[in-house]
Design a protein. Structure first.
Length: 190
């Protein structure tokens, strides 16, 4: 597989199925932001954290590649003329979302109840979680906008929404595991 093809030199890129679009197309922005998110999750996974969390993050990274492929496939190209699915990989589905929910619930049981908003930071691993959470929210916003223009699989939106929750709870869990104090946001009185 050649790294450079020169087909994008004119500012266009190919979607799955062959359609060419401008590189600033909302579909490209959506899956490009998912790719950026995946890179930040790689940074979290590279930290000194438990192997269980690393395994969960690896699963999430694989699912984000799947989600990106789903976003890269326009609705009219999802099936071949024969009726067979063009994208022949497992899709993001209820089980993917349930995995995130279960992970959130397990982590949340160990954490103190939240009484205030929490300021990001305290440790590099925690900060990476918060950056990834923000990128995930941007990917979600872009995907919602794309869905308004042309329908995408509802599970993509649910997954991104739940993943941002997962990343927030993971930041709190790592704060606890690393013996860092959460800094609560308490607005100054006027």
């Amino acid at each position: 597989m050649k790294i450079y093809t020169k087909t994008g030199d004119n500012g266009t890129t190919g979607l799955f199925g062959g359609t060419r679009v401008k590189k600033y197309n909302l579909r490209i922005e959506s899956y490009g932001t998912v790719d950026e998110l995946n890179s930040y999750i790689g940074l979290i996974k590279d930290q000194e954290i438990s192997n269980d969390i690393k395994a969960s993050l690896l699963k999430i990274q694989n699912e984000l590649f799947t989600l990106g492929a789903m976003l890269a496939t326009p609705p009219e190209k999802e099936t071949l003329k024969s009726g067979k699915e063009r994208l022949n990989i497992p899709k993001i589905d209820d089980n993917s979302i349930l995995f995130l929910e279960n992970e959130i619930d397990v982590m949340d049981q160990e954490l103190p109840q939240m009484t205030h908003f929490i300021l990001p930071g305290g440790h590099q691993a925690v900060s990476f979680c918060h950056v990834a959470r923000c990128v995930c929210r941007r990917a979600e916003r872009l995907s919602v906008e794309l869905n308004d223009q042309e329908n995408i699989n509802d599970d993509i939106l649910k997954y991104l929404n739940r993943l941002s929750d997962y990343l927030f709870v993971l930041a709190r869990k790592l704060t606890k595991d690393l013996l860092i104090e959460e800094v609560k946001w308490i607005p100054e009185k006027k």
